[in-house]
Design a protein. Sequence first.
Length: 317
Amino acid sequence: MCASKYTVFQVLLIEYPQHYVKMLIFGPEMKKVLISTLLILFSWSSYSFCQDTAATATWFPKGNLYPTIRLDYRESQIYGSVYAMYASNQWQNRVFGNFSVGLRSNIIRWHHAPKRASELGFELSVFPQFIFNDPFGQLETSLFDVEFKIGLHYQYRLDHWRFRGRLYHISAHLGDDYLFRNGIDAFIDNPRIYEVVDFSVAWVASHWQIYATSGIIIHSAYERKPFLGQTGVQFVYPIGKKNWLRWVSGVNVNIEQEQDFRPGIRISGGIGMGKKGRFPVTIMADYYNGYMPYSLYNNILIQWIGATMWFSPFRTD
Protein backbone atom coordinates (compact mmCIF):
# COMPACT_ATOMS: atom_id res chain seq x y z
CA MET A 1 0.00 0.00 0.00
CA CYS A 2 1.32 3.40 -0.91
CA ALA A 3 0.52 6.29 1.41
CA SER A 4 -0.42 9.69 0.06
CA LYS A 5 2.14 12.45 0.45
CA TYR A 6 -0.57 14.78 1.74
CA THR A 7 -3.32 14.29 4.26
CA VAL A 8 -6.55 16.25 4.42
CA PHE A 9 -5.20 18.08 7.46
CA GLN A 10 -2.01 19.10 5.67
CA VAL A 11 -4.11 20.48 2.81
CA LEU A 12 -6.28 22.46 5.19
CA LEU A 13 -3.57 23.73 7.54
CA ILE A 14 -0.72 24.33 5.06
CA GLU A 15 -1.79 24.46 1.41
CA TYR A 16 -5.05 26.36 1.93
CA PRO A 17 -3.73 29.27 4.07
CA GLN A 18 -0.58 29.66 1.94
CA HIS A 19 -2.62 29.82 -1.28
CA TYR A 20 -4.88 32.60 -0.09
CA VAL A 21 -2.20 34.59 1.67
CA LYS A 22 -0.31 34.66 -1.65
CA MET A 23 -3.47 35.53 -3.58
CA LEU A 24 -4.37 38.45 -1.32
CA ILE A 25 -0.80 39.77 -1.16
CA PHE A 26 0.35 39.21 -4.73
CA GLY A 27 -3.00 39.47 -6.50
CA PRO A 28 -3.81 43.18 -6.34
CA GLU A 29 -6.51 43.04 -9.00
CA MET A 30 -8.46 40.37 -7.15
CA LYS A 31 -8.01 42.22 -3.88
CA LYS A 32 -9.32 45.45 -5.42
CA VAL A 33 -12.39 43.67 -6.80
CA LEU A 34 -13.22 42.04 -3.45
CA ILE A 35 -12.68 45.22 -1.43
CA SER A 36 -14.66 47.37 -3.88
CA THR A 37 -17.55 44.89 -3.91
CA LEU A 38 -17.58 44.68 -0.12
CA LEU A 39 -17.69 48.49 0.18
CA ILE A 40 -20.49 48.80 -2.39
CA LEU A 41 -22.62 46.10 -0.76
CA PHE A 42 -22.03 47.45 2.73
CA SER A 43 -22.80 51.04 1.68
CA TRP A 44 -25.98 50.07 -0.18
CA SER A 45 -27.17 47.85 2.68
CA SER A 46 -26.41 50.56 5.26
CA TYR A 47 -28.35 53.11 3.20
CA SER A 48 -31.36 50.77 2.99
CA PHE A 49 -31.10 50.17 6.73
CA CYS A 50 -31.05 53.89 7.50
CA GLN A 51 -34.12 54.46 5.33
CA ASP A 52 -36.02 51.82 7.29
CA THR A 53 -36.46 53.33 10.77
CA ALA A 54 -38.01 50.13 12.12
CA ALA A 55 -35.05 47.94 11.14
CA THR A 56 -32.58 46.48 13.62
CA ALA A 57 -29.09 45.11 13.00
CA THR A 58 -27.31 42.03 14.37
CA TRP A 59 -23.57 41.57 14.09
CA PHE A 60 -22.24 38.09 13.29
CA PRO A 61 -25.67 36.39 13.24
CA LYS A 62 -26.13 32.63 13.34
CA GLY A 63 -27.26 30.75 10.25
CA ASN A 64 -28.01 32.00 6.74
CA LEU A 65 -31.08 33.52 5.13
CA TYR A 66 -30.39 31.64 1.88
CA PRO A 67 -30.64 27.83 2.17
CA THR A 68 -27.60 25.62 1.83
CA ILE A 69 -27.61 23.93 -1.59
CA ARG A 70 -26.51 20.55 -0.36
CA LEU A 71 -26.01 18.93 -3.78
CA ASP A 72 -23.87 21.74 -5.20
CA TYR A 73 -20.32 20.37 -5.28
CA ARG A 74 -18.93 23.89 -4.70
CA GLU A 75 -21.23 24.97 -1.91
CA SER A 76 -19.33 26.08 1.21
CA GLN A 77 -20.17 23.21 3.56
CA ILE A 78 -18.59 20.13 5.16
CA TYR A 79 -18.94 16.72 3.54
CA GLY A 80 -17.11 13.63 2.36
CA SER A 81 -18.00 11.45 -0.64
CA VAL A 82 -16.81 8.05 -1.86
CA TYR A 83 -17.57 7.12 -5.49
CA ALA A 84 -17.05 4.33 -7.95
CA MET A 85 -16.32 5.85 -11.36
CA TYR A 86 -17.56 5.02 -14.87
CA ALA A 87 -15.70 6.66 -17.77
CA SER A 88 -14.49 5.77 -21.27
CA ASN A 89 -17.33 3.19 -21.55
CA GLN A 90 -16.13 1.12 -18.61
CA TRP A 91 -15.93 1.03 -14.85
CA GLN A 92 -12.57 2.29 -13.67
CA ASN A 93 -10.43 0.34 -11.21
CA ARG A 94 -10.33 3.29 -8.86
CA VAL A 95 -12.41 5.06 -6.26
CA PHE A 96 -12.77 8.81 -5.90
CA GLY A 97 -12.84 10.45 -2.49
CA ASN A 98 -14.18 14.02 -2.60
CA PHE A 99 -14.12 16.23 0.47
CA SER A 100 -15.14 19.75 1.36
CA VAL A 101 -14.40 21.90 4.37
CA GLY A 102 -16.22 25.19 3.98
CA LEU A 103 -17.70 28.04 5.95
CA ARG A 104 -20.56 30.31 4.89
CA SER A 105 -20.97 33.01 7.51
CA ASN A 106 -22.36 36.52 7.86
CA ILE A 107 -20.92 39.76 9.19
CA ILE A 108 -24.16 41.68 9.73
CA ARG A 109 -27.89 41.05 9.34
CA TRP A 110 -30.58 43.71 9.01
CA HIS A 111 -34.09 42.83 10.30
CA HIS A 112 -36.57 44.94 8.36
CA ALA A 113 -39.80 43.14 9.34
CA PRO A 114 -40.86 39.77 10.84
CA LYS A 115 -40.51 38.02 7.46
CA ARG A 116 -38.05 40.35 5.75
CA ALA A 117 -34.30 40.54 6.38
CA SER A 118 -30.99 40.93 4.59
CA GLU A 119 -27.37 40.14 5.40
CA LEU A 120 -23.80 40.55 4.17
CA GLY A 121 -21.26 37.77 4.56
CA PHE A 122 -18.44 35.68 3.14
CA GLU A 123 -17.60 32.14 1.99
CA LEU A 124 -14.38 30.14 2.36
CA SER A 125 -13.90 26.57 1.14
CA VAL A 126 -11.29 24.00 0.23
CA PHE A 127 -12.21 20.94 -1.89
CA PRO A 128 -9.54 18.18 -1.91
CA GLN A 129 -10.07 15.08 -4.07
CA PHE A 130 -8.23 11.79 -3.66
CA ILE A 131 -7.91 8.86 -6.05
CA PHE A 132 -7.69 5.33 -4.65
CA ASN A 133 -6.26 3.16 -7.43
CA ASP A 134 -6.78 -0.63 -7.38
CA PRO A 135 -8.90 -0.47 -4.20
CA PHE A 136 -9.27 -4.25 -3.89
CA GLY A 137 -5.64 -5.01 -4.70
CA GLN A 138 -2.46 -3.08 -4.07
CA LEU A 139 -4.12 0.13 -2.98
CA GLU A 140 -2.42 3.34 -4.11
CA THR A 141 -3.65 6.69 -2.80
CA SER A 142 -2.99 9.99 -4.56
CA LEU A 143 -4.02 13.55 -3.90
CA PHE A 144 -5.62 14.25 -7.27
CA ASP A 145 -6.68 17.88 -7.01
CA VAL A 146 -7.39 20.70 -4.59
CA GLU A 147 -9.81 23.52 -5.32
CA PHE A 148 -10.11 26.75 -3.37
CA LYS A 149 -13.01 29.15 -3.09
CA ILE A 150 -13.27 32.57 -1.49
CA GLY A 151 -16.08 35.06 -1.94
CA LEU A 152 -18.63 37.55 -0.69
CA HIS A 153 -22.41 37.27 -0.64
CA TYR A 154 -25.49 39.42 -0.04
CA GLN A 155 -28.61 37.47 0.98
CA TYR A 156 -32.22 38.59 1.30
CA ARG A 157 -35.36 36.96 2.71
CA LEU A 158 -38.91 37.96 1.81
CA ASP A 159 -41.41 35.55 3.37
CA HIS A 160 -40.97 32.22 1.52
CA TRP A 161 -38.60 33.71 -1.06
CA ARG A 162 -34.83 33.86 -0.71
CA PHE A 163 -32.36 35.80 -2.87
CA ARG A 164 -28.57 35.75 -3.04
CA GLY A 165 -25.92 37.65 -4.97
CA ARG A 166 -22.30 36.51 -4.91
CA LEU A 167 -18.82 37.35 -6.09
CA TYR A 168 -16.31 34.52 -5.66
CA HIS A 169 -12.97 33.17 -6.86
CA ILE A 170 -12.37 29.51 -7.81
CA SER A 171 -9.01 27.92 -8.52
CA ALA A 172 -8.06 24.28 -9.07
CA HIS A 173 -4.59 22.78 -8.61
CA LEU A 174 -3.45 19.23 -9.38
CA GLY A 175 -1.93 17.40 -6.42
CA ASP A 176 1.80 16.68 -6.26
CA ASP A 177 1.11 12.94 -5.98
CA TYR A 178 -0.88 12.96 -9.21
CA LEU A 179 1.72 15.06 -11.06
CA PHE A 180 4.59 12.81 -9.98
CA ARG A 181 2.90 9.47 -10.63
CA ASN A 182 1.69 10.55 -14.08
CA GLY A 183 5.00 12.07 -15.14
CA ILE A 184 3.58 15.59 -15.60
CA ASP A 185 6.61 17.88 -15.58
CA ALA A 186 5.38 20.67 -17.87
CA PHE A 187 2.97 23.52 -17.27
CA ILE A 188 -0.66 22.73 -18.16
CA ASP A 189 -3.28 25.32 -19.05
CA ASN A 190 -5.78 25.55 -16.22
CA PRO A 191 -9.30 26.66 -17.24
CA ARG A 192 -10.56 26.46 -13.66
CA ILE A 193 -9.06 29.68 -12.34
CA TYR A 194 -11.72 32.36 -12.57
CA GLU A 195 -14.00 34.83 -10.78
CA VAL A 196 -17.80 34.60 -10.94
CA VAL A 197 -20.71 36.93 -10.26
CA ASP A 198 -24.03 35.11 -9.86
CA PHE A 199 -27.59 35.63 -8.67
CA SER A 200 -29.77 32.98 -7.01
CA VAL A 201 -33.42 32.72 -6.06
CA ALA A 202 -35.06 30.04 -3.91
CA TRP A 203 -38.58 29.27 -2.75
CA VAL A 204 -38.60 27.67 0.70
CA ALA A 205 -41.65 25.88 2.15
CA SER A 206 -41.99 23.51 5.09
CA HIS A 207 -40.54 20.48 3.27
CA TRP A 208 -39.45 21.80 -0.13
CA GLN A 209 -36.71 24.06 -1.44
CA ILE A 210 -36.70 24.95 -5.15
CA TYR A 211 -33.84 27.08 -6.44
CA ALA A 212 -32.13 28.46 -9.53
CA THR A 213 -28.89 30.34 -10.19
CA SER A 214 -27.54 32.28 -13.16
CA GLY A 215 -23.94 33.43 -13.28
CA ILE A 216 -21.21 34.84 -15.46
CA ILE A 217 -17.43 34.48 -15.31
CA ILE A 218 -16.12 38.05 -15.17
CA HIS A 219 -12.43 37.13 -15.29
CA SER A 220 -10.55 33.95 -16.17
CA ALA A 221 -6.86 33.12 -16.22
CA TYR A 222 -7.43 31.37 -19.57
CA GLU A 223 -10.01 31.75 -22.30
CA ARG A 224 -13.32 30.33 -21.11
CA LYS A 225 -16.95 30.79 -22.15
CA PRO A 226 -18.67 32.82 -19.45
CA PHE A 227 -22.20 31.62 -18.73
CA LEU A 228 -23.09 29.30 -15.82
CA GLY A 229 -26.41 28.03 -14.52
CA GLN A 230 -27.91 25.81 -11.86
CA THR A 231 -31.32 24.61 -10.74
CA GLY A 232 -32.67 21.97 -8.42
CA VAL A 233 -34.96 20.88 -5.64
CA GLN A 234 -34.40 19.67 -2.08
CA PHE A 235 -36.90 17.73 0.02
CA VAL A 236 -36.88 17.07 3.79
CA TYR A 237 -39.62 15.19 5.64
CA PRO A 238 -39.79 13.85 9.23
CA ILE A 239 -39.79 10.10 9.77
CA GLY A 240 -42.84 9.35 11.88
CA LYS A 241 -43.21 11.68 14.85
CA LYS A 242 -39.50 11.95 15.45
CA ASN A 243 -38.09 15.47 15.22
CA TRP A 244 -34.48 14.25 15.00
CA LEU A 245 -34.78 11.84 12.05
CA ARG A 246 -35.99 12.70 8.54
CA TRP A 247 -35.99 11.66 4.90
CA VAL A 248 -33.75 13.83 2.74
CA SER A 249 -33.49 13.86 -1.05
CA GLY A 250 -32.71 16.17 -3.92
CA VAL A 251 -31.81 16.75 -7.55
CA ASN A 252 -29.27 19.31 -8.74
CA VAL A 253 -28.53 20.28 -12.36
CA ASN A 254 -25.52 22.37 -13.40
CA ILE A 255 -24.82 23.77 -16.86
CA GLU A 256 -21.83 25.65 -18.28
CA GLN A 257 -21.44 27.33 -21.65
CA GLU A 258 -17.87 25.99 -21.76
CA GLN A 259 -19.38 22.49 -21.89
CA ASP A 260 -22.03 23.42 -24.48
CA PHE A 261 -24.67 23.49 -21.71
CA ARG A 262 -24.57 19.71 -21.38
CA PRO A 263 -26.22 19.19 -17.94
CA GLY A 264 -24.41 17.69 -14.99
CA ILE A 265 -27.09 15.88 -12.99
CA ARG A 266 -26.74 14.84 -9.36
CA ILE A 267 -29.43 12.76 -7.60
CA SER A 268 -29.28 11.85 -3.92
CA GLY A 269 -31.48 10.37 -1.23
CA GLY A 270 -31.06 9.25 2.37
CA ILE A 271 -31.63 10.27 5.97
CA GLY A 272 -30.80 13.26 8.15
CA MET A 273 -30.13 12.91 11.88
CA GLY A 274 -30.18 15.58 14.57
CA LYS A 275 -32.51 18.48 15.32
CA LYS A 276 -32.99 20.84 12.42
CA GLY A 277 -30.31 23.51 12.36
CA ARG A 278 -28.42 21.94 15.28
CA PHE A 279 -25.44 19.78 14.34
CA PRO A 280 -27.31 17.58 11.87
CA VAL A 281 -25.63 14.68 10.10
CA THR A 282 -26.97 13.66 6.68
CA ILE A 283 -26.07 10.44 4.84
CA MET A 284 -27.30 9.83 1.29
CA ALA A 285 -26.79 7.48 -1.63
CA ASP A 286 -25.39 9.65 -4.40
CA TYR A 287 -25.26 9.57 -8.22
CA TYR A 288 -23.70 12.04 -10.66
CA ASN A 289 -23.68 12.08 -14.48
CA GLY A 290 -21.89 14.84 -16.37
CA TYR A 291 -18.53 16.46 -16.90
CA MET A 292 -15.90 16.18 -14.19
CA PRO A 293 -17.01 18.81 -11.65
CA TYR A 294 -13.52 19.34 -10.23
CA SER A 295 -9.97 19.91 -11.51
CA LEU A 296 -8.67 21.39 -14.75
CA TYR A 297 -9.91 18.27 -16.62
CA ASN A 298 -13.37 19.76 -17.15
CA ASN A 299 -14.03 18.09 -20.53
CA ILE A 300 -14.18 14.46 -19.35
CA LEU A 301 -17.63 12.85 -19.16
CA ILE A 302 -18.03 10.61 -16.12
CA GLN A 303 -20.55 8.85 -13.92
CA TRP A 304 -20.09 8.57 -10.17
CA ILE A 305 -22.12 6.34 -7.86
CA GLY A 306 -21.52 6.09 -4.14
CA ALA A 307 -22.45 7.82 -0.90
CA THR A 308 -21.94 11.18 0.78
CA MET A 309 -22.04 12.27 4.41
CA TRP A 310 -22.65 15.92 5.34
CA PHE A 311 -21.88 17.35 8.76
CA SER A 312 -23.09 20.77 9.90
CA PRO A 313 -21.22 21.90 13.02
CA PHE A 314 -22.75 25.39 12.79
CA ARG A 315 -26.37 26.45 12.76
CA THR A 316 -27.60 26.42 9.16
CA ASP A 317 -30.92 28.31 9.35
